[in-house]
Design a protein around this ligand. Structure first.
Ligand SMILES: Cc1cc2nc3c(=O)[nH]c(=O)nc-3n(C[C@H](O)[C@H](O)[C@H](O)COP(=O)(O)OP(=O)(O)OC[C@H]3O[C@@H](n4cnc5c(N)ncnc54)[C@H](O)[C@@H]3O)c2cc1C
Ligand code: SF4
Length: 333
């Protein structure tokens, strides 16, 4: 691990200025915010991340879960994953989010991990975490060892010739199906971004994963009011039953009225370079009578643009079954 300076932010403006100032005073200085530390510190120990300045934001007043007057909920960036998963409002109205959070990592990690840190977590591609290997995401222009290497766990949707890494988060998949908004405060003020726009496709610049710029602090996430009568489910398939990232996962938020699917949102995890909104599946489902044959057709539509690599072709059928099963569960719960 390289030497770094640790500083505790006293308030939000202080965090933003600390995030931007060293880079302007000394170009090239890397600054990182420290929230729960469950991703950042691992990557620093591996020398994948080498910030010269680390700004501790864990004591900023961003740790509240607040119901909004017009419906919906505001979730502070430093709310711990465990607190969010077990909050009564989240369990009652946004079950998919609670289920996704509880399917991730371990109880100890969830006690530390935060909403902002989870949004920003980096890929688990083994080459990204090994500084001896070529990786365009870690070192732009160095190549992608995964294309001809171990790509069993990597993506089939949204890939490019420069990077095929998956976004590893469970929470992000649920937030995608809930159409969350991410609120970011930077030197130019506060801006709000739909979660689908927050994450970027790798294209030719896989090192850029989202819209966060130096000095930008994610302050909170908002969820829209629950659609009356909707049901939601998160289903995660993985190599072992706990403490493991998704091979494929599906988040479904569905409303059935008078025997027809009145509203539907489907998102996939474990198969996309970003948490993946399956609009093709939604188009198949909307307005139809729920049933296994329809769910299978929708699931196949979700994966119709999949581009398998040498070792991950099995994920096409796995993800298809995952989506179909999650739809079936949502129709029943
Ligand atoms: C062994 C292990 C297993 C895991 N399994 C899973 C799993 O199954 N599913 C899953 O989804 N996740 C899993 N995780 C990942 C875990 O969810 C993340 O490590 C965690 O959510 C990161 O949150 P944090 O607060 O600890 O982030 P930190 O490590 O503190 O920060 C991560 C990054 O986010 C940035 N950041 C943090 N907060 C902000 C903010 N407010 N604004 C701007 N930038 C910010 C930091 O600068 C840093 O770059 C696992 C992790 C480990 C170590
Ligand atoms: S898939 Fe992406 S993260 Fe993995 S080695 Fe290739 S460029 Fe790096």
């Amino acid at each position: 691990m390289k030497q770094f300076q640790l500083r505790r932010a006293i308030d939000i403006p202080d965090a933003i200025m600390a995030g931007i100032a060293p880079a302007t005073e000394r170009p090239g200085t890397q600054v990182r915010f420290l929230a729960g530390g469950t991703t950042l510190l691992d990557l620093m120990k591996l020398n994948v991340e080498q910030p010269q300045q680390v700004i501790d934001i864990s004591r900023l007043p961003l740790d509240k879960i607040e119901p909004q007057s017009g419906g919906g909920v505001k979730i502070g960036a430093t709310v711990r994953n465990a607190d969010l998963a077990h909050h009564p409002l989240i369990q009652a109205d946004y079950a998919v989010l609670s289920q996704a959070l509880l399917s991730g990592a371990s109880a100890q990690l969830r006690n530390m991990a935060t909403t902002g840190g989870n949004l920003m977590q980096r890929t688990r591609c083994v080459y990204f975490r090994d500084t001896a290997m070529a990786c365009n995401k870690r070192e732009p222009g160095s190549g992608c060892a995964a294309l001809d290497g171990m790509n069993r766990n990597l993506a089939l949707l949204g890939t490019s010739e420069h990077c095929i890494a998956t976004n590893p988060s469970d929470m992000n998949v649920a937030l995608m199906a809930l159409e969350a908004m991410v609120h970011i405060q930077g030197v130019n003020g506060l801006r709000s971004v739909a979660i689908d726009d927050f994450f970027l496709l790798p294209g030719a610049t896989p090192e850029r994963e989202n819209l966060v710029q130096p000095g930008d602090l994610i302050t909170h996430v908002t969820l829209p009011p629950r659609i009356r009568g909707n049901k939601s489910v998160y289903l995660k398939l993985r190599d072992r039953a706990s403490y493991e990232f998704a091979l494929a996962s599906a988040a479904v938020v569905m409303t059935v009225t008078a025997g027809r699917i009145e509203s539907i949102r489907v998102a996939l995890g474990g198969v996309g370079t970003k948490p993946w909104r399956a609009r093709e599946a939604e188009a198949v489902l909307l307005g139809q009578a729920p049933g296994p044959a329809l769910f299978r057709r929708a699931a196949e539509a979700a994966m119709q643009n999949a581009r398998p690599q040498s070792q991950n072709g099995f994920k096409v059928e796995l993800a298809t079954r995952c989506v179909a099963h999650a739809l079936g569960q949502a129709a029943q719960v």
